[in-house]
Design a protein around this ligand. Sequence first.
Ligand code: MN
Length: 250
Amino acid sequence: MKPDTLTQRAAQGGPRTLIIGDLHLSPTRPDITQAFHRFLEKEIDGADALYIVGDLFEAWIGDDDLTEFSLSIAEKLHAASQRVPIYFCHGNRDFLLGPRFARRCGMTLLPEPEVLELYGETTLILHGDSLCTEDREYQKFRRLRNRPWFRMMVLSLPLALRRGLARRARARSKMSTQMKDARIMDVSPTAVEAMMDKYGARRLIHGHTHRPAIHDLPQQRQRMVVGDWYTQDSVLVVTPTDATLYSNAL
Ligand code: MN
């Protein structure tokens, strides 16, 4: 029988890989931080790996922005990484998270997409924003954002200025998100299919859309989406035989 909760699932043991994303950790939401700490302390032991598929932080403006908050998260992650290997792929909110802070957290940075053989299935892991190809305005910004000179330029600005820019970018994104069609904000089925074809993948795992689900696709393929942590946690557990989404109210 399938366990009802992640705690019961953890107690059952056996090979499994955990995937989470879109926690949007921030000092303004201590309840999410607390849920994340509980998760790292109680739910990951015995797992083969933990994948964080981006937007771990609500905002990341550079590895030099070491605050009490970011350091405490790094400390907890680093302790957890001694028990379970932790992998991280960038989200659109924390695309500036660099190797220095990743090392501090004990996390391995992944390319996009990460292609791996997960229990015998070719699996793609990514944040998912690159699949929202209908949102042309965002994709334009994304191309700019990925240019090394753009990142270097941003990171060379004083921290105080970067904080202000991040605040303004968040306000702007909130406004434009409210105005955009729901379909535009989701992944494009064509982009999903093209990416899976390119890598010969049977499974694609992502976050970003905050629409947790396991979608069965043609050709026995699956697209698995982890949810955000705004009102509940959301953890995808993949085993050699199945995949299940778990969530608990915060
Ligand atoms: Mn995102």
